[in-house]
Design a protein around this ligand. Structure first.
Ligand SMILES: Cc1cc2nc3c(=O)[nH]c(=O)nc-3n(C[C@H](O)[C@H](O)[C@H](O)COP(=O)(O)O)c2cc1C
Length: 96
């Protein structure tokens, strides 16, 4: 079983969110799961430009790190999303 953790705090190793996601992944690992943690803020993910190509072709025009992350999301059996609250919502990095 593959469990993917995504941390979208930009605070790197100081991030409390990262620590919490790590704790969940540690628990999953102790139960025999294969785990991976991705810091989404370290990836280059371009903003949507509303070109609508994805509606027609099912693929984004941007050639960025999202493609690799999307593959990991599709391949995992469980997803742990960790986000600090910024202005009553998840961070912009996770939202876009
Ligand atoms: C720009 C900004 C906006 C924030 N907005 C909120 C908020 O609306 N509500 C809240 O409870 N905390 C808010 N916080 C506090 C963070 O959610 C909190 O510090 C969080 O623990 C940071 O997580 P991290 O250590 O993983 O970066 C905000 C922090 C920042 C930097």
């Amino acid at each position: 079983m593959k469990i993917l953790g995504i941390n979208d705090s930009p605070r790197g190793s100081k991030s409390q969110t990262r620590m919490l996601v790590e704790a969940v992944l540690d628990g999953a690992k102790a139960s025999g799961a294969e785990v991976e943690l991705v810091d989404v803020c370290k990836l280059k993910i371009d903003y949507c430009n509303a070109c609508d190509v994805c509606y027609a072709k099912g693929k984004c025009v941007h050639k960025d790190d999202f493609e690799g992350l999307y593959r990991k999301i599709l391949e995992c059996d469980g997803l742990v999303l960790g986000s600090p609250i910024y202005f009553r919502s998840v961070t912009a990095q996770l939202r876009h």
